[in-house]
Design a protein around this ligand. Structure first.
Ligand code: C2O
Length: 534
């Protein structure tokens, strides 16, 4: 088996965007950071050296980390941070996984600039289950702040109010021609006519779900979150932070330049943020001065496009790639996800925005939960997270009078190899919002989704148990619900959180403990000797 070695030097670097320059935290000086390329079943070793003045940790988003939770990366969940001057080598194997994923810092808001792609090619000699592309490109969507991102979140956490939104969205690091300071230009993708290109699109933005489209070209979706889907054509894809989508593009024009646009989807009335990042698809032989064919991005609140896209996704479910949907369920859980308000004496408004799951606002521990679990250290967490909301109410109707949440470092324990059904219900307590929930350590199947309150008597009858999409990050529709299923075959402590960083900071997170099984290969491996200490 093959071992791939990477070295990530985390260093400050001055980067210029939108006509101003600021120092940012980077990996190897790059923004976005380097792409990791490996094959299915390879082992990957990434030596991370912290040369900056921040505590760090890096997460390999969507990598299952079978029995190797120590390499998963979320700070204070599976490891203590890598402190300034320290080194930690992440060591993991890509067992049975292929496709596009991403890596990113998993502490504070450092992932704003510390992120990059992961490309896992199929095993040597194994073809894609779709026409072989002439060329592949990684497209990373992100955000750019003119101010210091850590200062933005620190200020918001102090005041209890919502943080500022970013100044631009980016495609492979550049805002493009519509942003102020267009002189810098944007990312340009050179193509030849009459070929098939595969774009590996990654949303690494902190707080925005994004629409993505290319003028004059249809996109054929073939993979999401490193799982193959039944191919379908669309003009526009929707991609939430943490999600990845592979599309095929037929370059069936003969020449020209075509606008590529990434624009926010936000159907909550809270924020108005209509900045569009642009790039160009540039046919070979076309003059740089040629006029670009434009496209209109969907309106910010185009919920129908979001819904259509979500409902078009199906697992490929072929003989080679069957959808192994759990049919019998051992634990049936119901989590409300949403925002709330807690009193705050020191806040200007007298209260602060908090977020919760089943009314628990998660409190980060001082040492990692995985260490506390493995070494049986008492007093770090409790395993009494509620599997159902403490009070039943009309989740999407009028808000209850008491919005106050409880606080705790509470985990939910699941037996090894048991099957879980989890209904995630958005609550419209302050305003309905779309929450992209990410589960570490597992892929899951989205067996159902709907608008309004989940109906436990009717809705399960309509579940798709044949070919539901399989992923690691799922957008819970605004004012609606989604039902996911997974098999708890990975012992360890696994984070579940909203991948809008602001909601994570507000407490929209919890963790599962999966106990060891009895068999020889069914327990969490011991920690590596260089695991950082708190
Ligand atoms: Cu991509 Cu816990 O994150």
């Amino acid at each position: 088996c093959i071992v791939r070695h990477y070295k990530f030097n985390v260093v400050m670097n001055n980067v210029t965007r939108m006509c101003s320059t600021k120092p940012i935290v980077t990996v190897n000086g790059m923004f976005p950071g380097p792409t990791i390329v490996a094959r299915e079943d390879d082992t990957v070793l990434v030596k991370v050296v912290n040369h900056v003045n921040y505590n760090l940790s890096i997460h390999w988003h969507g990598i299952r980390q079978l029995r190797t939770g120590w390499a998963d990366g979320p700070a204070f969940i599976t490891q203590c941070p890598i402190q300034p001057g320290q080194v930690y080598t992440y060591n993991f194997t890509l067992t049975g996984q292929r496709g596009t994923l991403l890596w990113h810092a998993h502490i504070l808001w450092l992932r704003a600039t510390v992120h990059g792609g992961i490309v896992i090619l199929p095993k040597r000699g194994v073809p894609y289950p779709f026409p072989a592309p002439h060329k592949e490109e990684t497209i990373i969507l992100g955000e750019w702040w003119k101010s210091d991102v850590e200062a933005v979140v620190n200020e918001a956490m102090k005041s209890g109010a919502a943080p500022n939104v970013s100044d631009a969205h980016t495609i492979n690091g550049y805002p493009g021609s519509l942003a102020s300071c267009p002189s810098q230009g944007g990312f340009s993708l050179p193509v030849h006519s009459g070929k098939i290109y595969m774009l590996r699109i990654i949303n690494a933005a902190l707080n925005e779900e994004l629409f993505f489209k290319i003028a004059g070209h249809q996109l054929t979706v073939v993979e999401v979150d490193a799982t193959y889907v039944k191919p379908f054509k669309t003009d526009t894809i929707l991609i939430a932070p943490g999600q990845t989508t592979n599309v095929l593009v037929n370059t069936n024009c003969s020449s020209g330049k075509y606008l590529v646009a990434a624009s926010p989807f936000m159907d909550s009335p809270i924020t108005v943020d209509n900045k569009t990042a642009t790039a160009t698809l540039h046919y070979s032989g076309t003059l740089a001065s040629a006029r670009t064919t434009l496209t209109t991005p969907p309106p910010q609140n185009a919920t129908h496009i979001a819904t259509n896209f979500a409902e078009s996704l199906r697992s490929l479910n072929s003989k080679e790639y069957p959808a192994k949907v759990p049919l019998k369920i051992d634990s049936s859980l119901f989590f409300t996800v949403g925002l709330g308000v807690n009193p705050c004496a020191t806040c200007p408004k007298g209260n602060r925005v908090v977020a919760n799951i089943n009314n628990v606002t998660f409190v980060m521990p001082k040492i990692s939960l995985l260490q506390a679990h493995f070494f049986n250290i008492k007093g770090v967490f409790t395993d009494d997270f509620p599997g159902n909301p403490p009070v039943q109410f009309n989740y999407t109707g009028a808000q209850p009078t008491n919005l106050q949440t409880t606080k705790g470092t509470r985990l939910y324990r699941i037996p090894y190899n048991s099957t879980v059904q989890l209904v995630l219900q958005d609550t419209g307590m302050i305003a309905p919002e779309n929450h992209p929930l990410h589960l570490h350590g597992f892929n899951f199947f989205e067996v159902g989704r709907g608008i309004g309150n989940f109906n436990p008597n009717q809705d399960p009858k309509k579940f798709n148990l044949v070919d539901p999409v399989e992923r690691n990050t799922i957008a819970v529709p605004s004012g609606g619900w989604t039902a996911i299923r997974f098999r708890a075959d990975n012992p360890g402590v696994w984070f579940l959180h909203c991948h809008l960083e602001v909601h994570t900071s507000w407490g929209l997170k919890m963790a599962f403990i999966v106990d060891n099984g009895k068999g020889p290969n069914e327990s969490l491996l011991p920690p590596p000797p260089d695991l950082p200490k708190c």
